[in-house]
Design a protein. Structure first.
Length: 261
């Protein structure tokens, strides 16, 4: 199993320092969560790549810093704004290629924006992102995100029907829980489409906990995805607020070893 940790776990620590924390913890896989446009500069990206390579760490995915812009600037209805911002995604996909990351994570549009984009237009815009990724040899993937269109299983099914083989999903356990879905309903529906997974734990009173601290059935998750021939990564994504993240990730790494096959 490919278990890793996202640099986002250490936010607002600067990205290169967060990567070093992941390295120091002994994880050999990570997701880079960019936090500023300047971090897409070639020199910065190559520095991250060199640091990861010299420590035997694979960067499997990247998360654009611009997720908060996507609803209005990429999946909005004002063409000039789209034209102004789409280059961020060209640069993000190029950065992913330089890093050797095969996955770019997209949030998409809010579930209830003031001016909702028709679904077909959303799918067309997303296909444009997919094509940008293809030019760099990376997969642009839709993440299921609470309060976004993609929180809905039915929406993602329609998106899959429209995009066909160009539909790939980043599945996030905590986002499914926050949206009120049983994570396994999502997993069973999209197990053949999932290219990347964000893991966390939860219980009745908390929806984003370090693995091993809640009651999520990780064994069931790993069994389902193994039987679906999933060979991607399971990246821990928790938030620093309220946790000693370094020690929690250390403990989670030990906890998850029991599931290795």
């Amino acid at each position: 199993m490919n278990i890793g940790a996202s640099t986002s776990c250490f936010y607002p620590m600067e990205t290169e320092q967060a990567l070093q924390q992941v390295i120091d913890l002994g994880y050999d896989r990570t997701e880079i969560f960019f936090n500023a446009e300047s971090e897409l500069d070639t020199s910065f990206v190559k520095m991250l790549k060199d640091r990861a390579d010299s420590n035997g760490v694979s960067i499997d995915s990247v998360h654009p810093f611009s997720s908060f812009l996507e609803s209005n600037c990429i999946f909005g209805d004002y063409q000039r704004r789209y034209d102004d911002y789409i280059d961020i995604y060209r640069r993000t996909c190029h950065a992913a290629a330089v890093l050797g990351a095969g996955i770019v994570v997209i949030h998409g549009a809010l579930e209830r924006p003031k001016r909702p984009l028709p679904e077909e237009h959303y799918f067309e815009r997303f296909k444009g992102l997919v094509d940008i990724g293809k030019a760099e040899g990376v997969k642009v993937c839709q993440e299921n995100v609470n309060r976004f269109r993609s929180q809905s299983i039915d929406f993602c099914k329609r998106m899959r029907s429209r995009l066909g083989d160009d539909f790939n999903m980043v599945f996030d356990v905590k986002q499914a829980v926050r949206a009120g879905f049983d994570p396994f309903d999502f997993i069973n529906e999209f197990k053949e489409d999932i290219a990347h997974i964000h893991i966390s734990d939860h219980c009745a009173v908390a929806d984003c906990m370090p693995p091993g601290r809640g009651n999520f059935d990780f064994g069931k998750l790993f069994d389902i995805m193994h039987n679906a021939n999933y060979n991607g990564s399971y990246i821990i994504e928790i938030y620093s607020l309220g946790y000693d993240v370094y020690n929690e990730l250390k403990n989670s790494r030990e906890y998850l070893k029991q599931f290795e096959v």
